[in-house]
Write a protein that binds this ligand. Structure first.
Ligand SMILES: Cc1ncc(COP(=O)(O)O)c(C=O)c1O
Length: 374
């Protein structure tokens, strides 16, 4: 079935449209890796790491196999493990919590602010115990977290601050890019991210040389030198083909993020008059990068179904808050434990957003929303 307004299908994201623009450069970059048999670490990975550190205005970026591994490796590099607790939010991708558990520490959830859907510093403070070692905020949907309050909290309780910046490449808080707002930050290059590889990839960004060095060892079997393993680590190197592709895409990232912001502002404007639709609040001091454009609406599932009938794709990020995931049932936090996160899970709806979208496509989506929201 086609949408009644223009008849075209509108995807949630369109990676093909992006590939069309950059394909010649991507093929050339891949050819360079293959023709030089430079598959493991080496020049392409180093070039990307330097470029990405520069993009974040950070001293170090270390490429790893995925965003999940970036989180696990940074926790291990910081010496966090069994007996420790790490505070994060329940409304995030599963890997945020999974990484904490895999480091050996225990996940502790804190509820979110109903306005920004990011961590509520007051709620986080209430979760601090003698075992707490770190707070791990998530810049969800590319919206920077209120970092100032969290930083003060971490300073007064002597905690580490680790940014989960998997969805926020290039986002800014008080003029500073995410990635250097805490002790270390983790990025994902999953294909759908603002900076996406053609497969998996991730990076740890930090200004702290010791953290960067430890992550560098951990990602490569705990060694600096071939055959001398100082600690037990992982095989979690950023693939050189992915690094070469990411270097091509990095040149475009600021422009793509700007397009995302323009599209989001246009959505905001068109949706401002639609009753019962709540758009996400942006902090005054923040410059978001809109990994996703998320609205909240009470009859979310019905609207989603109607939009699907109109050939408009949408997403739900995320339908089940992590404390209610079967894998985390052992934490013993049932329904009602985190009311704001639970409310978000039942009302959030991600509308189509990607840099190559046209104004007409946004108008079509909004017209369809208006048709079905009373
Ligand atoms: C907030 C958040 N954290 C962590 C991850 C994990 O990244 P990856 O899929 O690259 O392992 C993702 C992506 O799925 C994410 O969105």
């Amino acid at each position: 079935m086609e949408n009644t307004i223009t008849g075209e299908k509108i995807k949630l994201i369109d990676l093909e449209a992006q590939h069309q623009v950059i394909q010649e450069e991507v093929w050339a970059a891949m050819r360079d890796v293959i023709e030089n048999s430079a598959f493991i670490l080496g020049r392409h990975v180093k070039e990307f790491e330097d470029g990405f550190a520069g993009f974040c205005n950070a001293r170090f970026a270390t490429g790893v196999a995925s965003g999940t591994d970036a989180l696990i490796l940074v926790l291990r590099a910081l010496g966090i493990g069994p007996g420790d607790e790490v505070v994060t939010v329940p409304n995030t991708a599963f890997p945020t919590a999974e990484a904490i558990t895999l480091s050996g520490a225990r996940v502790v959830f804190a509820d979110i602010s109903p306005e920004t859907l990011n961590i509520d510093p007051g709620a986080a403070e209430k979760k601090i115990t003698k075992k707490t070692r770190a707070i791990m905020p998530v810049h969800l949907y590319g919206q920077p977290v209120e970092m100032e309050e969290l930083k003060e909290l971490c300073q007064s309780y002597n905690l580490l601050l680790i940014e989960d910046a998997a969805q926020a490449h290039g986002a800014e808080y008080k003029g500073q890019r995410v990635g250097t707002l805490g002790d270390a930050a983790c990025f994902s290059f999953y294909p759908a991210k603002n900076l996406g590889a053609y497969g998996d990839g991730g990076a740890v960004v930090t200004n702290d040389e010791r953290i960067a060095d430890k992550v560098r060892m951990l990602r490569n079997h705990g060694r600096h030198e071939k055959y001398c393993h100082e600690i037990e680590g992982y095989n979690s190197r950023l693939d050189a083909l992915q690094a070469a592709i990411l270097s091509v895409k990095l040149k475009y990232l600021d422009g793509w993020n700007e397009k995302r912001r323009q599209h989001a502002q246009y959505y905001d404007k068109l949706l401002s008059s639609v009753k019962n639709v709540i758009t996400t609040k942006v902090l005054d001091k923040a410059k978001p990068v809109y990994h996703l454009y998320v609205i909240r609406i009470r009859d979310r599932d019905l609207l989603r179904k109607k939009l699907k009938e109109e050939n408009i794709d949408t997403g739900i990020h995320y339908p089940i808050p992590l404390h209610l995931q079967p894998a985390l049932a052992y934490l013993g936090q049932g329904k009602g434990s985190f009311p704001m996160a639970e409310e978000a899970a039942s009302t959030v709806l991600s509308l189509p957003l990607y840099p190559e979208m046209t104004k007409e496509q946004i108008e079509t989506v909004v017209a369809a929303v208006k048709q079905h929201v009373k």
